[in-house]
Design a protein around this ligand. Structure first.
Ligand code: SAM
Ligand code: SF4
Length: 522
């Protein structure tokens, strides 16, 4: 039989990105070569996301587009893994008959068996217990197998030397719009020992920055005889890992934010000053229908509590616009919350009704698509405007950056008039001084960030000229993150990926800080 050549496509959130590294680990351990080009693979794994219809549709349409290839290459194996697998189970075959195996997120440890079956010409399916009356214990065996993969897996360490580590699985919050509790099962916290061992192993392999993951991670709780661990305890333990440089955690639920966790930002030196705590809406009526369990005033109190303990913390949020029944007044309340909170970054999503959720059952999707699009744009513009204003405070400051890799759009930091695009196009359009970028999104990471860079590209020409005068180092352009998770682009010598460097910020957009390098070990 032909050697295994696998290509993995991951959609959606950080959990899926982590699952993609586990799938990669597992399949390499089974003797596969993991390839970057899907055309050269004989096994295609799709790690799907069901949070919004759009992500799901993309996966199904990419699979559907393989029909001709599957006829040409009957040995081609197609696997649908992740949240969509659990959401639809065997119904997946009605929508995507080309799929050979279906694997729920909790059954990832079965991946190589499923591939083997498919190569022998047999369709197979591995699902988690359905969400309902089951207890977390029902997941005990598959969790233990996954834990073994997570702790002892080889985890490819990328050039950025960053890694995600799961602190929790599942979710019990049941926000009315959200499919996650149905597809990722009940909330289970991993033992501090397993998390710490995994972090140590990753650091031994070169990782510098670890982000602990959980859907409502500040609900972390692990009971041991004589000791109950919360997230602050876990952070303290993990921060003690020799060789670790930075520690982060996402995502926090406002309802579970405690003063104790807020003070961890002050007391745990390795903990980065960045809190992702989605508000979702600023309207109390909408928050109630969303089953979020707090009011806008309570949300603001939690942010104030964090900022009082550690004023340097950059707070990031998610929002859903066009939730059923969201009136113009409700949306105004969201804009008002954003003006008051001055978030450092954020994601904005248009409400997407999801099968099996309470919102889809109870509330008609009654905000017209055109209005969702309008609110989406307005909220992003406001978030971007505020971030652009607040980011000006960084100009002239020296900051530490962990270099993630080459800047994807190297012309962004070009000196005025410099041509550095591969196609030789002139770097940047000139705008009048004082021009406020009309960015569409400014979150700087993940799926909805891409269009937002437009905002940065339209920075005033005057700022570019001053950078030109400052003179940038010849060489590639790099992107990295400050401890507060702001994106920094700068010119520097080759080989900086994974290094911590010192930069001085020269100008600032809504998403990106543009800097010059003044200290590195290279
Ligand atoms: N557990 C995290 C939390 O509560 O913030 C993240 C969960 S979800 C993967 C990420 C974001 O997707 C949510 O914060 C929410 O804004 C958005 N989201 C979830 N369900 C959605 C839906 N049905 N329609 C639109 N956006 C949705
Ligand atoms: Fe979904 Fe709410 Fe759980 Fe986040 S906390 S995963 S939004 S149910």
């Amino acid at each position: 039989m032909e050697p295994l050549r696998v290509h993995i496509t991951a959609y959606g959130c950080q959990m899926n990105r982590l699952d993609a590294t586990l799938a990669d680990d597992l399949l390499r351990a089974a003797g596969a070569r993991v390839v970057d080009d899907p055309a050269s693979a004989n096994v295609l794994v799709f790690l799907t996301c069901s949070v919004r219809a759009h992500a799901e549709d993309r996966a199904f349409s990419n699979i559907g587009a393989l029909a001709e290839r599957k006829t040409r290459e009957p040995g081609l194996v197609i696997g649908l893994v992740g949240c969509t697998a659990q959401q639809y189970g065997p119904e997946v075959w009605q929508r995507a008959p080309l799929v050979d195996f279906i694997c729920a997120p909790g059954r990832l440890a079965d991946l190589s068996d499923l591939v083997r079956e498919a190569r022998a010409g047999r369709r197979s399916i591995a699902l988690d217990p359905a969400r309902g009356k089951e207890e977390p214990e029902a997941f005990g065996e598959s969790d233990a197998r996954l834990d073994a993969v997570e702790v002892r897996g080889r985890h490819r360490v990328g050039r950025s030397r960053q890694a995600f580590v799961r602190a929790m699985r599942g979710c019990d919050m049941f926000c009315s719009y959200c499919v996650v509790p149905n597809v990722r099962g009940p909330e289970r916290s991993r033992s501090p020992a397993a998390v710490a061992e995994e972090v140590q192993r990753l650091v031994d392999r070169g990782v510098r920055e670890v982000t602990l993951l959980g859907q409502a991670i500040n609900r972390y709780r692990f009971d041991q005889p004589g000791r109950a661990w919360d997230l602050a305890d876990l952070l303290e333990k993990v921060a003690g890992t020799p060789g670790l440089a930075r520690l982060r955690f996402i995502t926090s639920h406002p309802k579970a934010m405690t003063a104790r966790l807020a003070s961890a930002f002050r007391d745990v030196p390795l903990l980065c000053p960045h809190l992702h705590m989605p508000a979702q809406s600023g309207s109390d009526a909408v928050l109630e229908r969303m089953n979020r369990g707090y009011t806008a005033a309570e949300y603001a109190q939690r942010v104030a509590m964090v900022r009082e303990a550690a004023p340097q913390v950059a707070v990031a949020s998610d929002f859903i616009v066009g939730f059923p029944g969201e009136t113009g007044e409700d949306f105004e309340a969201t804009l008002d919350l954003v003006r008051r909170m001055r978030f450092a970054s954020g994601f904005v999503f248009k409400y997407s009704p999801r099968p099996g959720t309470r919102a889809a059952r109870r509330y008609p999707d009654d905000v017209p698509q055109k209005e969702k699009v309008r609110r989406h744009r307005e909220l992003l513009d406001l978030l971007g405007e505020i971030a652009a204003q607040d980011n000006q405070a960084f100009i002239g400051r020296e900051m530490t950056v962990l270099v993630e890799g080459p800047a994807p759009r190297p012309w962004l930091n070009a000196r005025a008039g410099q041509t550095c695009r591969p196609n030789g196009a002139v770097a940047l359009p000139a705008n009048p001084p004082g021009f406020v970028p009309k960015n569409r999104d400014y979150s700087g990471a993940g799926q909805s960030a891409i269009s937002g860079r437009r905002g940065d590209r339209n920075l005033p020409a005057i700022a570019l000229r001053s950078l030109g005068e400052a003179g940038a180092t010849a060489g590639p352009q790099w992107r990295g993150r400050t401890p507060c998770h702001r994106l920094v682009v700068f010119d520097g010598p080759a080989g900086l990926a994974g290094e911590e460097v010192r930069v001085r910020v020269e100008r600032a957009g809504p998403i990106t800080l543009f800097a010059t390098l003044f200290q590195s070990t290279i």
